[in-house]
Design a protein around this ligand. Structure first.
Ligand SMILES: Cc1cc2nc3c(=O)[nH]c(=O)nc-3n(C[C@H](O)[C@H](O)[C@H](O)COP(=O)(O)OP(=O)(O)OC[C@H]3O[C@@H](n4cnc5c(N)ncnc54)[C@H](O)[C@@H]3O)c2cc1C
Length: 467
């Protein structure tokens, strides 16, 4: 007979690992299942192209149905905290009040979220990139903002010892930090979870689950193709917005709830490049240091950040083919790069095909396109005011804040997850990751995912009678 765990957690990303740590502190038995591999600082891939194929679903990028939005979906123990920019921001009044309105949940206020944000922040080191180490790309951004009279401010990053004085290049940070400086959940929470007895199974993709009496049977396959079943009394869905919707749809929950996979948001981003006579080397040094801090940008639902331009990523943005493309790539060191990210209002939908594959319907249109164009106009002004000779706008939109599909709210006919983090349709399945976001906040999501996962862990322990 298969053993029965108290909990199976599906997905070892930001939410999954944090919940594993906190739930296991009560003595609960937990299996933590992750489709991606378990790397450490010595084994992360070193080359951009290897990182794309080894740390992401779809070999690096997945596309919407019309192939004009690329989704970056992490597949690795630590999830997004391994590959992301590690920028942590609390939600402002605007984001939380729109969540409160959408979900009718009273704890979405700055005051009620404050203790959970404090807990989340105290579990990691948070730093700004010191002014003397900002790279030339960040300085183009700052100069442009000054010239245009706009406000920008330093980004807060979850990092502890980046050793800039030794000339470190952060480009490697997006493929897993080999200094263990980046505060991924793989280093901040997983070691304690493993000490508490959590059984981590990496390279194990859950295909679907079913209920058998009071027990859940979770089906999955290992990288070598071996099928396996596990059993637990309760399930935690932590496989991200696309992963969770896919699982529920393939586990036939969609038969009872047609809202699964709807209200999917991505903060679509577009990168623009400015070509300068002088060398910028946007891919060198600490890359992402500054963000826009201009109230009228927020009202117009966009924000700007100075981003880096890694060679493979850049090659996808530059137009043209053959010799034209090669000539453009030769100027790599002379491009500055700024991105506009939109707080999207028009949601997409995650669906699955009859053979269980994901299909994503999502577009940038209407109001969202207007926000994008406003942001792009400011980027052009930044480049022009700082001496760019040419401006190239990337045509492919990137979605890397993948949110929704299992939205939280008190209305069982509209929402999937209830205010106590269990599903409206099944009180023994819980979720607190990016899939519960009721709409796009327009702010980096990770810190709020951490705060909600801590809040959910406490609520689940209370509900399950664990101390
Ligand atoms: C390049 C990049 C940069 C980003 N920068 C920032 C940033 O600076 N700040 C910020 O706040 N956010 C950033 N984000 C977004 C942020 O990382 C995500 O919002 C966050 O990781 C989502 O957390 P999660 O717990 O919901 O899911 P994830 O962290 O994505 O974890 C989900 C895990 O579940 C696993 N999984 C999925 N399906 C299955 C299955 N069927 N079986 C087993 N395992 C499964 C996945 O492999 C994954 O490891 C960035 C994202 C990317 C890709």
């Amino acid at each position: 007979m298969l053993p029965v765990d108290d909990f199976i957690i599906i997905g070892a990303g930001i939410s999954g690992i944090l919940m594993a740590k906190h739930l296991s502190s009560s003595g609960a038995t937990i299996s933590l299942l992750e489709a991606g591999s378990y790397f450490n600082r010595h084994t992360y891939p070193r080359k951009e192209i290897d990182a794309n194929s080894q740390l992401y679903w779809g070999g690096g990028i997945e596309l919407n149905q019309t192939a004009n939005i690329g989704f970056l979906r992490p597949k690795v123990v630590g999830g997004g905290s391994i590959v992301n920019q590690a920028l942590l921001d609390r939600f402002d009044h605007e984001a939380l009040s729109s969540w409160k309105q959408e979900s009718n949940i009273s704890f979405f206020t700055e005051e009620q979220m404050k203790p959970w944000y404090e807990k989340a922040e105290s579990s990691v080191n948070i730093q700004e990139i010191p002014a003397q180490y900002r790279n030339a790309n960040a300085n183009v951004f700052i100069n442009g903002f000054e010239k245009l009279g706009f406000k920008c401010s330093p980004l807060k990053r979850a990092q502890s010892q980046c050793q800039y004085e030794k000339g470190n290049d952060c480009i490697e940070c997006l493929a897993g930090c080999r200094l263990d400086s980046k505060q991924s959940t793989a280093i901040t929470a997983l070691p304690q979870a493993l000490k508490n007895g959590v059984k981590l199974m990496s390279q194990f993709e859950v295909t679907h689950f079913e209920r058998s009496g009071d027990i859940y049977l979770v089906h999955g396959k290992s990288q070598s193709g071996e099928y396996k079943r596990l059993r637990a009394k309760k399930l935690i869905l932590a496989s991200g917005a696309i992963g969770n919707s896919k699982l529920l749809l393939n586990s036939k929950y969609a038969n009872t709830n047609k809202k699964i996979g709807t209200r999917f948001y991505t903060h679509p981003q577009f990168m623009s490049l400015g070509l300068y006579d002088q060398e910028i080397a946007a891919h060198k040094g600490p890359f992402q240091a500054m963000k826009s801090d201009e109230p009228h940008f927020r009202v117009n639902r966009f924000k700007l950040e100075n981003v880096f331009a890694p060679p493979v990523g850049l090659s996808m943005l530059l137009p043209g083919l053959g010799i034209k493309h090669m000539r453009a790539m030769k100027k790599l060191r002379h491009y500055a790069c700024v991105e506009v990210a939109i707080r999207d209002q028009i949601p997409g939908q995650i669906k699955t095909t009859t053979n269980g594959k994901v299909q994503i319907a999502k577009s940038v249109s209407g109001e969202d396109k207007i926000s994008y164009k406003k942001g792009e106009k400011v980027i052009h002004e930044i480049f022009k005011s700082t001496g760019a000779k040419e401006i190239i706008d990337g045509e492919l939109s990137i979605g890397l804040h993948l949110m929704g599909g299992l939205c939280i709210g008190d209305n069982a006919s509209k929402d999937i997850v209830s205010p106590d983090f269990s599903l409206h349709d099944d009180k023994n399945i819980f979720c607190a990751d990016s899939s519960i976001f009721p709409n796009a906040p327009g702010i980096n999501p990770s810190l709020t995912i951490m705060a909600l996962s801590l809040m959910a862990s406490q609520s689940i322990l209370k509900q399950s009678g664990h101390s």
